[in-house]
Ligand binder design. Sequence first.
Ligand SMILES: [Zn+2]
Length: 266
Amino acid sequence: MGKCLTLVSEATHGAREPELRRQICRTGRRMYKRGLVVACEGNLSARLDSNRILVTPAGACKGRLATGDILITDLNGTVLCGTGPPSSEIQMHILFYRLRPDVRAVCHAHPPTATGFAAAGRALEEAVLPEVVVSLGKIPLAPYGTPGTWELCAGLESLVTKHNAILLENHGVVTCGQSLETAYERLETVEQFARILLIAESLGGPRLLSAAQVQKLVAARARYGVSCPGDAELPLTSEARIVLTRPERTSAHQEEPRDREPRCKR
Ligand SMILES: [Zn+2]
């Protein structure tokens, strides 16, 4: 790690690097302790400067990272500092840094409930909880792509510019932010929302907020210090969708199985 620091030409970046390494390790431990990842799943990164990122190594448990384990790569994924290969999902991280100059950190994990929605082909795109509307808006579902390949990035590309949290079909969740703390908190928010939505659905389905209610929440973003991409998509409101009750859904499934689509499927 000391050797890495000598390569840093700009003093501010040199000062930031040790702190970012510590933040990545701390965030990895939080992800692991909360069960958002198990074993060696998930990956984290932080922007060091305009052309370099810090990223977790491949095959490392996020609960046991040491600051010296973190690699530095350029935005082509070439390792500039550190031992061993970077995370196999580094291309996904680089996609965020290339398309979003505002993004300074990316978190990827497999939180069980949100990943369950992703495995069922379900986005989290309905206006249900005010805090989720304010902090994330709509949480879309990116089409499946083989993990660790550009195929995954191809499905994500159009969504990265509009969203700070995205479900990955049959895979997990990726979030970004202006800090590791923010990116991590968004990951927790997605998982919590998925858990609450699952409970609401077991009780007959959520009651969606109206368009007027959503607009008030969006207007409050500045007051809460929340920044979202300018062209961020808003969640579906009560006017935009007819919400079927559970018995109606069961009946529709039985009578017209070919017409039935998961309510949040793209
Ligand atoms: Zn993954």
